[in-house]
Write a protein that binds this ligand. Structure first.
Ligand code: ADP
Ligand code: MG
Length: 311
């Protein structure tokens, strides 16, 4: 008989402690401010309904509600990442469901914005460039001032002229383009930032699958076009006149800005454009391209030390 009595006592004790734990959990759950508020809003909720879904109410208390315990989408603590719990009382029963949380929505918006910069070939460090991180020094002062001016004007209407950043290798011209693109992105203005040698390669590839026109149209119509390192590559006469020329012509007519970076000044670039093709010196054609470049951008010098030494 003794063993049975002992087991029974243990069972009763266990049961007792289960009951105690259950009651303690219930008290804690009901004390949760959101649940207290929920019950206040629904006085019709019965004791049985609460008992039936106590586990769900408990689950609710363990979650980050309206992102109160999460700093960002990536650090979300919830059972389903990016979803916040909501309580409802439907047809006499308490229901727990999850809806997209504000961090999740913010994350999606940021992703959408990131896609606005269609810089297929840009290095990551440039994608994250910020105007606020620019080195404040007099060599770059004019370029920074012009960039600020452009961004401020863009808050009202998109200016028709971009900036032609000319200066030696490594002074931060491409970095500045990236920073401008990021500021414009905040204004929902998309920038198409492309490294010229890659651009030439891309269009050459497009000949094979007949997509030249489609691609050229993207460059024509982008809100802001940024051509990085113009003059660094040899252009065919066809690329210079039919591709670059027609893109610039379109943008000039539509008053759409273009940004450039170059190791050359506009004057030097004109020479390069005139002599880089196999057709001998073509001053008239090069002059025509330069006219369009001048229409869509303003030349600004950037100087200073070579930042690449600091990497
Ligand atoms: P450029 O296009 O004139 O040749 P880059 O923009 O590529 O020069 O800049 C050279 C290096 O210096 C890059 O590694 C770039 O990330 C870095 N850099 C330039 N400006 C800044 C800046 N303001 N803050 C941080 N890094 C910079
Ligand atoms: Mg560069």
């Amino acid at each position: 008989m003794k063993p049975i009595q002992t087991s029974l006592r243990r069972w009763m004790l266990d049961n007792e402690s289960f009951k105690q734990r259950h009651e303690a959990m219930k008290t804690e759950v009901l004390r949760h401010p959101h649940i207290a508020q929920f019950l206040k809003e629904h006085p019709e909720i019965t004791e049985q309904a609460i008992e039936k879904r106590l586990n769900k109410l408990y689950e609710y208390t363990t979650q980050s509600i309206h992102c109160d315990q999460c700093q960002s989408f990536d650090k979300c603590k919830n059972i389903v990442k990016g979803y916040s719990p909501i309580l409802q009382f439907i047809h006499g029963e308490i229901h727990l469901s999850y809806e997209k949380c504000s961090n999740h929505i913010h994350h999606e918006k940021m992703q959408e914005k990131q896609n606005l910069i269609q810089s297929v070939y840009m290095p990551k460090e440039i994608l994250n460039a910020r105007m606020a991180d620019l080195f404040p020094d007099h060599h770059r002062a004019e370029a920074t001032k012009e960039a600020d001016l452009f961004i401020n004007r863009a808050k009202h209407t998109l200016p028709e002229k971009g900036i032609f950043l000319t200066g030696p290798f490594g002074v931060g011209k491409t970095y500045l383009l990236g920073a401008i693109a990021n500021e414009l992105q905040k204004l929902d203005i998309s920038s198409m930032l492309i490294y010229m040698p890659e651009f030439v390669r891309e269009i050459r590839e497009a000949i094979k699958d007949n997509t030249v026109q489609k691609k050229v149209n993207l460059f024509k119509k982008a809100d802001v076009l940024m051509l990085d390192d113009i003059g660094a590559e040899t252009l065919s006469a066809w690329f210079r006149d039919e591709v670059l020329g027609s893109i610039l012509q379109y943008r000039m007519m539509e008053k759409l800005p273009v940004f450039f970076t170059s190791n050359y000044t506009m004057k030097q670039l004109e020479q390069i454009l005139a002599t880089s093709t196999k057709n001998g010196v073509e001053e008239v054609k090069a002059g025509r391209i330069m006219e369009r470049i001048k229409q869509v951008s303003k030349e600004v010098k950037v100087a200073g030390e070579n930042r690449r030494n600091f990497d």
